[in-house]
Design a protein around this ligand. Structure first.
Ligand SMILES: Cc1cc2nc3c(=O)[nH]c(=O)nc-3n(C[C@H](O)[C@H](O)[C@H](O)COP(=O)(O)O)c2cc1C
Length: 244
């Protein structure tokens, strides 16, 4: 006999089936109080990113410290989101590399409004960025591309990112073709940067620092743009606390 919904443990807990079993974690991070926040969003983000990268080198619960969710809007106005790796971070904002014909790149060319989030659950920290996407300069893309492992450089050529593929074999065959086209010489320039490959940077208008604290009474400190300066220019930002 079916158990009435009201008596299922998950329903009783108010969560969808299965999710009620998730262990409830009371976040006990250091928090973020105004006196400890840097003057500029750049310094604050740099501190947290460096801390996450350092933690990743020492412990196993910060597996990809630069994984960043990037949200775009498609031409019909529907949002889309995917995870990439943050490959650049400086005063101009966070940046990532990708295929310039991919869905995300098509969205950004039509509507450059973009949001991105770095989340480090085990550190009880997250950073949210909102702003406008700009193409990363070609020389920076080339320098980064040349630093990638040979196989990854080939994959940039082999994939028509976001287009349908018949099957896995098609991808492997295309990868083999580019391997024969650009043999591994051991040098940085044996695989040229494809014209259809590049990067996007988020020129931020808003940067939020979230720090998880006990009883879900978290800290949220947000920087909002008030002037034209970059992330390191404290005079270009106002700072406020949001309720959790
Ligand atoms: C941890 C992780 C890292 C990823 N890094 C990248 C990346 O740096 N660049 C990229 O184009 N896709 C990356 N991907 C794949 C994207 O999530 C996505 O599948 C792909 O970019 C196609 O997205 P689109 O069709 O919305 O353009 C990554 C996925 C994961 C889970």
């Amino acid at each position: 006999m079916d158990t009435p919904a009201s008596r299922r443990p998950s329903a009783a807990a108010g969560a969808p089936d299965g999710l009620a079993a998730v262990r409830r974690v009371d976040y006990s991070g250091d928090g973020l109080v105004e006196s400890d926040v840097s003057d500029s969003p750049f310094l604050q983000a740099r501190e947290w990113i460096d801390a996450a990268v350092a933690a990743a080198a020492e412990r196993e619960d910060v597996p990809e410290p630069t994984a960043i969710s990037v949200a775009t809007v498609d031409p019909s106005g529907a949002p889309d989101v995917r995870t990439v790796l943050m490959r650049f971070f400086d005063e101009r904002g966070p940046g990532f590399v990708t295929n310039l014909d991919s869905a995300k790149s098509r969205h950004l060319r039509a509507n450059p409004r973009v949001a991105a989030a770095l989340t480090w659950p085990s550190l009880y920290r997250a950073i949210r960025f909102r702003g406008t996407a700009q193409l990363v300069e070609r020389d920076e893309v080339e320098a980064y591309f040349d630093s990638r492992p040979y196989g990854s450089r080939l994959s940039a050529w082999a994939s028509d990112q976001s287009s349908p593929a018949a099957d896995r074999a098609e991808l492997e065959r295309r990868w083999q073709e580019v391997l024969e086209r650009f043999p591994d010489t051991g040098g940085a320039h044996d695989v040229p940067v494809p014209d259809f490959w590049g990067g996007w940077r988020v020129r931020c208008d808003e940067v939020e620092f979230w720090a998880g604290r006990r009883n879900r009474l978290h800290d949220r400190i947000v920087f909002r743009r008030t002037g034209e300066g970059d992330l390191a220019d404290a005079s270009a930002w106002e700072r406020l606390r949001l309720q959790p």
